[in-house]
Design a protein around this ligand. Structure first.
Ligand SMILES: [Zn+2]
Length: 336
């Protein structure tokens, strides 16, 4: 069974963590950046990092090449090409526009450029995508509000918002106004939580920020009552197993609670986080789960159906995705 051939959904994928090494080299040279001797070492996180912030610092160089309209557009389009090569039929791409204004672009220009790249990718490679804008925990809440307003003003291009960044050091509470605005504007909401910090951050994401999905959320296992709540509310977990090992959210893939969470009936999905940063793909994530957790196609399809239910899409797109996954899960030819 070639997992690459099967249709998959990636709900948690950061644009700046997916820039190809060859593209960083090319744009870096154009910009006259001083590039490190080993770009791989600079852009790809080691198997185990010194926590989440050590993992995240490896996107700094990628951010340097994501500051011009043409480069943003190109890199977004290349990500869609990478989705196609991975068998991904629908991908949700997230990024923080406020980190892409160093060379003078406005936030609107940044969003337009990434959206244009995703559209170009859809035309060329036939992969559907949606765009999520990230607020960042350690930034001033006024920035989160501005980014959410940008999302609300661009609902033809953006489906929702996220809260990312330093979970250990910063509560989500100060960003509540951004999330209230998002909810009122009809934007979808996801929050990174229960990755670098404990289950209390997940509780906060649900109670205060009204998150509909949780990025990672693996530390919910510490709190059985919260597990029941997530199950009852059908809050999806965007689990990224490889990244969870690298950031030390879990000790190893073998010790990852993903199978327990799935068995307990939580809406578990499997995602990449950063295709370059974690040197991964959806295919590889599932290959690892097959190898290290004894997963089979049963779990694979279960996660795809969970992802369809949790995707930030219209009813029509959800039906379309469901039909494609349904056909493939019954053994009909994939990706038709
Ligand atoms: Zn993430």
């Amino acid at each position: 069974m070639d997992l690459r051939e099967l249709p998959k959904i990636d709900l948690h994928c950061h644009l700046d963590a997916c820039v190809r090494v060859s593209t960083v080299t090319e744009i870096g040279k154009q910009l006259g950046l001083v590039l490190p001797d080993s770009l791989e070492a600079a852009l790809i996180a080691p198997p185990v990092c010194d926590g989440l912030m050590d993992y995240l610092r490896r996107i700094d160089l990628a951010l340097e090449v994501l500051q011009r309209e043409g480069d943003l557009r190109r890199i977004a389009c290349e990500l869609v090409e990478d989705f196609q090569a991975d068998g991904v039929i629908y991908g949700e791409v997230r990024f923080a526009p406020q980190l892409h204004t160093k060379r003078g672009l406005s936030l609107q220009q940044v969003v337009n450029a990434v959206h244009a790249g995703l559209e170009e990718g859809k035309q060329r490679y036939g992969v559907l995508t949606s765009l999520i804008l990230c607020c960042i925990r350690q930034q001033d809440p006024s920035v989160s509000f501005e980014i959410t307003k940008l999302a609300a003003d661009n609902q033809d291009k953006v489906c929702g918002i996220d809260l990312a960044g330093d979970e250990f050091g910063f509560s989500g509470n100060p960003h509540v106004n951004a999330f209230i605005l998002a909810e009122r504007a009809g934007l979808r909401r996801t929050v990174h939580a229960g990755e670098a910090a404990g289950s209390d951050r997940i509780q906060e994401a649900i109670d205060v920020l009204h998150a509909e999905r949780i990025g990672h959320g693996v530390r919910v296992v510490e709190n059985p009552r919260l597990m029941s709540l997530l199950k009852d509310k059908a809050v999806a977990l965007e689990v990224c197993p490889q990244s969870n090992v690298q950031t030390r959210a879990v000790d190893s893939l073998e010790a990852h609670p993903i199978d327990n969470l799935l068995k307990r009936g939580l809406r578990v999905t499997v995602n990449t986080d950063g295709r370059t940063l974690s040197a991964t793909s959806c295919t590889r994530e599932f290959q690892n789960l097959f190898r290290h957790k004894g997963w089979t196609l049963d779990e694979f399809w279960q996660c795809q159906f969970h992802a369809i239910s949790a995707a930030f899409v219209s009813r029509d797109i959800r039906r379309l995705l469901e039909a494609r996954i349904q056909r493939a899960s019954k053994g009909e030819r994939p990706n038709e």
